[in-house]
Design a protein around this ligand. Structure first.
Ligand code: ZN
Length: 311
């Protein structure tokens, strides 16, 4: 069994402007490092398809999807970049990149559920976990992980899935979409207070939120994960696990002030893999979220993939 790796050149054509941390070079850094380490050989590469908007509407409102499509297609035709909010801009390449990013998550889900891959990683952008059911924000347009989780439940008929978010920022969009859906258990940690300043009070009983003070290091975080995430995941017995894999809690990342290192990402991934092997036949789909120090991002993704591939 293999680890599938979904990406697409279109994901590099979304460009929010010079100096924006969520930049196309993030995917180049990951690719270069996977080649340099030889980890590339352990991955089965796939081109991400364009998502079916019917799948997107399992997580977002019809109105939002229609409005975003109109806007991003206008921007595509105009050839110009436009700011949606102070952090988030759309350029002519954004629409297709967003379709590929969500398409990767759905295709990875199908590949894993059909037994064509044991697990999968989606090296995609734009990221997704800040996109709420009806709002683009925080560099995010479609909530790739929430779309894939709903696809697994509503289209593929699974009864229980877990969403695990280890980005340094609270996955407010994923919480907005999935809170109250008892078929889903979402566990996360995030620096608090930090953008988007939510999460301290969970929006649903199916949310395990761990707000973490700045300058917390990996050792303390591992204890919190042992005490809070793992018992909830074991009791829930997910049939599949989705990961919002952000690597901006790394100590070298300037967008947050947490102190994780590659070994912490390796440890977290190992614990997730253990839950997946006990309850979910090993089924994991992991999607890239944040991670803005290019070197730390590439090293952390490699640590994550070394565990997923088992090499
Ligand atoms: Zn983040």
């Amino acid at each position: 069994m293999t680890t599938a790796f979904f990406s697409h050149p279109d994901c590099r054509r979304h460009d929010m402007g010079a100096g924006h941390p969520e930049c196309p070079q993030r995917l180049d850094a990951i690719d270069d490092h996977l080649l340099a380490t030889g980890l590339d050989i352990a991955l089965e590469r796939h081109d991400a398809p364009l998502v079916d908007l019917k799948d997107v509407e399992l997580a977002h409102t019809h109105h939002y999807v229609a409005e975003l499509k109109d806007l991003l297609e206008q921007i595509e035709a105009s050839g110009e970049r436009r700011a949606l909010d102070p952090d988030t801009a759309a350029c002519p390449g954004t629409w297709r990149a967003a379709l590929r990013a969500a398409g990767a998550a759905v295709a990875a889900t199908d590949a894993v559920l059909d037994g064509r891959a044991e697990n999968a990683f989606c090296a995609v952008r734009p990221p997704g976990h800040h996109a709420t059911r009806d709002e683009a924000m925080g560099f995010c347009f479609f909530n790739n992980v929430a779309v894939a989780a709903r696809h697994a439940l509503d289209v593929r008929g699974l009864k229980r899935v877990a969403v695990i978010d280890f980005d340094v920022h609270h996955g407010n969009g994923t919480e907005d979409i999935l809170a109250g859906d008892e078929r889903v258990l979402m566990v996360s940690f995030f620096q608090h207070p930090l953008y988007p300043y939510s999460g301290a009070v969970p929006k649903g009983t199916n949310m395990v939120n761990l707000p973490i003070p700045p300058y917390t290091r990996g050792g303390e975080l591992r204890e919190l994960i042992e005490a809070n995430w793992l018992p909830a995941l074991e009791a829930f017995r997910p049939e599949m696990i989705f990961i919002s894999a952000g690597f901006d809690a790394h100590r070298e990342d300037d967008l947050g002030q947490l102190g994780l290192v590659e070994a912490d990402y390796e440890w977290i991934t190992l614990r997730i893999k253990g839950v997946a092997e006990r309850h979910a036949r090993g089924r994991i789909v992991s999607c890239l979220e944040g991670g803005y120090n290019l070197s730390a991002l590439a090293r952390s993704v490699a640590a994550h993939l070394r565990v997923l591939t088992g090499v």
